[in-house]
Design a protein around this ligand. Structure first.
Ligand SMILES: Cc1cc2nc3c(=O)[nH]c(=O)nc-3n(C[C@H](O)[C@H](O)[C@H](O)COP(=O)(O)OP(=O)(O)OC[C@H]3O[C@@H](n4cnc5c(N)ncnc54)[C@H](O)[C@@H]3O)c2cc1C
Length: 268
């Protein structure tokens, strides 16, 4: 059975942004960040469940661009590109002077990623050899509580570690140990960091809780700059940020393998 999207009782996230009424009841199909954010918004507006909002994922709109004329085949609609956003043809060769940025290449379907990709292409066209590190681009889900992450997930990091022959460590902490979070009655959050104990390289950070979408930029900057956890441990950060990693300088001298989150701080 197919649902007819007639924009009244069944609508998509496009229509939901322009909805002129608040449904008393709403069913949201799809649990990606768009579905979660709309569920948060409609709950806040007082909706329960009735009309159906379809948020099962977005498809790229790349038909009709004439890509077949230059021997480029899309993959599930996405335009294949390399790390420089240069378009790759069916023979695996680069199409000269052709770049594809944003949702259409499917690398990271987020507004700031599209913008960063665009800037990186302009820089390249102007002669700079710039390559964007997608692993340093953060993502957030603006729900209550907020969710954010940057870099690899734990399974991705484990897979990479196995392939490349290194070990990973995982440090976790709870917002319960952060007095600012407790003062705001928001002690239910969590933060997790995945890193290489041999080099101190940060592979991924995931936060769930108050201001998660703001806090993640600490991690994002660290990954972008290649900052090792030995260096970050020397930073003194305020309570609000320390939930991510305010590392204790006093224990800087301990072996890096002993890194662990503790009491809202990441001790080394
Ligand atoms: C409901 C919703 C919530 C979102 N929330 C977030 C969020 O919180 N944070 C975040 O980072 N991202 C969010 N996104 C994703 C974000 O909107 C996209 O990643 C971003 O807009 C991608 O930018 P883009 O330039 O690649 O594509 P678009 O913004 O879609 O722009 C493409 C443009 O090209 C035009 N176009 C298409 N085909 C043609 C053609 N043949 N000729 C000429 N013009 C054409 C389109 O009309 C459009 O204006 C959200 C998306 C949705 C749908």
């Amino acid at each position: 059975m197919y649902l007819q999207i007639e924009r009244k009782s069944v609508f998509t996230s496009d229509h939901a942004l322009r909805l002129e009424w608040v449904p008393d009841w709403i069913a949201i199909v799809g649990s990606g960040y768009i579905g979660l954010e709309f569920s948060d918004v409609y709950t806040a507006l007082g909706s329960e469940v009735d009309a159906a909002l379809i948020a099962t994922g977005r498809a790229p709109f790349t038909e009709g661009l004439g890509l077949e004329n230059i021997n480029v085949a899309t993959q599930r609609g996405f335009v294949p590109v390399n790390e420089h956003m240069q378009v790759i043809d069916m023979n695996g060769k680069l199409v000269p002077h052709l770049y594809c940025i944003g949702d259409a290449n499917g690398k990271m379907m987020l507004a700031h990623a599209a913008s960063a990709q665009g800037i990186s292409v302009v820089e390249q066209v102007c002669g700079k050899d710039i390559m964007l590190n997608h692993l340093s681009i953060p993502a957030a889900c603006f729900t209550h509580p907020e969710i954010s992450f940057v870099g690899l997930t734990e399974p991705q990091a484990r897979e990479k570690a196995e392939k490349e022959g290194f070990k990973i460590s995982v440090a976790k902490t709870s917002f319960k140990a952060n007095t600012k979070a407790l003062a705001e009655n928001e002690g239910e959050g969590l933060a997790k960091m995945i890193y290489r104990p041999d080099t101190g390289e940060i592979l991924g950070v995931h936060i769930l809780g108050l201001h998660a979408a703001d806090l993640i930029h600490e991690a994002s900057n660290a990954i972008a700059m290649g900052t090792r956890i030995q260096v970050i441990c020397m930073l003194e950060l305020m309570y609000s940020i320390s939930i991510c990693w305010n590392m204790s300088p006093k224990s800087y001298w301990e072996p890096i393998e002993q890194v662990h989150f503790n009491s809202g701080y990441l001790y080394i």
